[in-house]
Design a protein around this ligand. Structure first.
Ligand code: TYD
Length: 133
């Protein structure tokens, strides 16, 4: 199974304002098929709470901060994202929950697949069974 990891992105510092970019295959280990973002999250709300069968993702806190809780069936780990020049790579078959959103948090996600509701594993017990295979 691929490993969850924080990936630093290039940061071009400039007195006019900094610039960061991400390229498929160069910085993240997949081709980008879809980009979506979560924003205007009311205080205390939690997003996610599922895994994917085939999608790999890369999540960046473009603005503000939030925590991504990752479970692989054996371990559970919290990753706090709060800078726009790095992100969290989450391979398929990891249970992920996003919480503790700050005001004005903007969570950008790059995905390796087009949207497919059938790719979701929303039942935690099914997820645990799949991680044993
Ligand atoms: P979902 O991924 O379940 O959100 P969460 O971050 O809470 O896990 O998506 C919420 C809804 O949005 C769901 O009805 C599916 C829809 N959706 C799309 O249509 N396209 C997308 O790319 C995504 C990510 C979600």
């Amino acid at each position: 199974m691929q490993k969850v990891k924080l990936i630093n992105l290039p940061k071009i510092e400039d007195p006019r304002g900094n610039l960061t970019f991400v390229e498929e295959k160069n910085h993240i280990p997949f081709d980008i098929k879809r980009v979506y973002w979560i924003y205007d999250v009311p205080g205390g709300e939690v997003r996610g709470g599922h895994a994917y069968k085939k999608s790999d993702e890369f999540i960046i806190a473009l603005s503000g901060s939030f925590d991504v809780i990752i479970e692989d069936g054996k371990m559970k780990k919290k990753h706090s994202l709060n800078r726009s020049y790095y992100g969290l790579y989450i391979p398929r078959l990891h249970w992920r929950t996003i919480e503790n959103f700050s005001t004005n948090a903007l969570a950008l996600t790059l995905s390796s697949t087009l949207y497919d509701g059938y790719d979701y594993i929303r039942d935690y017990k099914v997820f645990i069974e799949l991680t044993k295979q």
